[in-house]
Design a protein. Sequence first.
Length: 511
Amino acid sequence: MTHAVVHTWRLLKWGRTLARHGALRGLERDAKTPPRLRRLLRLARLGARVPEQPRYADAFEAIGPAAVKFGQTLATRPDIVGDEAAMDLLRLQDALPPLPFDVIRPQIEESLGRPIEAMFASFDETPVGAASIAQVHRAITIDGRPVAVKVLRPGVEADFERAIDTYEWAAAQIEPMGGEIARLQPRLVIATFKRWTARELDLRREAASASELAEGMAAEPNFHVPEIDWPRTSGKVLTLEWIDGIKLSNRAALVEAGYDLPRLAQTLVHAFLRQAIAEGFFHADLHQGNLFALPGNRIAAVDFGIMGRIDRRARIWLAEILYGLITGNYRRVAEIHFEAEYVPAHHDVREFATALRAVGEPMRGLPVKEMSIGMMLDGLFSITRDFDMVTQPHLLLLQKTMVMVEGVATALDPDINLWDTAGPFVEEWIRTELGPEAAIADRIVADVKTLYRLPELVRRIEARFPPPGGAPPAPPLREIEVVRIGGGWRYLAIALASAAAGVGATWAMIA
């Protein structure tokens, strides 16, 4: 177990770096910050030249790879870091100088158990991209297929383990301070970050995520997920189909190549809705650098390290919330929040519906192209404190992705409106999942499952209440009050004395 002194020293170094970039200013000035924490923040910036405009992303990049990933996590929590910081953290590109191939080669060969020449006809030693966790090289397999080979940076697991250990320790120190810090649940934030990181540091899990997403997207032929090369994949090496397309961030190249940009935007929105609402398993990092345009106005995605998952009940709630906001049915949206226990029961559902109306109606008065899901989410975050809403990490990841998808789609087609594009899909899904036919089908399935369990239920009842045996039934015994005097050795001594007295009396009667 790491000593508290080590944790404190790391935090001081990181805090100093954050302070030099002005990244602690907002937290220090927040009236809800506990006084003890505010004093620590002032100590961290003592003597530092703090810039006027905080540079949050630069600060996390300066601290190291684990901090970059943590910064990306915080970008999904504007309720904690504020809108300004969240927007700045979204620009984290996770870019680092690549490691020399002499360092990467042993990692590949040791992890796959074979020399590179035995697996690849050619291997480009210069990476096409380098990030905090891994770097990507282009290669050609022995059978002539172009592939992308993602290699985990040596030692990155230990770096993340040390950092997360200290994050957990720090969260445990500040959460008991109470107030706003406790409501935002820093320990839960770190636990969520730890789960995300565990998935990203095991490239087999990333490969499995890509494979699962590909199966779920079979109904969206215009959204392509690269095929995994399983024989050349391990925990530290991921080999998958090479995507030869144009990044969606390069709008000029897309126009020059003759792509239909509005169609690409609609494809992206439909693909995301199918992932999040219909399948409940979605790519949670759909920024422009991870999306490529393919011939035929198709889209391919890469980098499946961060994935989101939502169960069916939560997806139904989500669809009803979106549709209720689109149609202005604020009372139903409020009821769903209470049914899902997102809002504590001691609040008034009518008051919450009024607060939602204050968020939704200003958007409904805007021209269609100016309505924004990002604007709606900002408004929803602003009322969480008033109604004691505890944050839901899986929904925050979804909300971040929704804003990201809207941004990419708008960059492709400034006239697109996510509400208009999403409305028919959400309405049809709700009709399919919640309509009369769906209700009857669900009831039939539930009843059949119950009937199927009846024989096993009867067997368990018989085991619990077996038929009577050969011995006659015991006579009824009179209830006698049991008096316990004291406990422990005193109780034992009394019991022994009583037994001895009974034995003595019996011998006296015999004699």
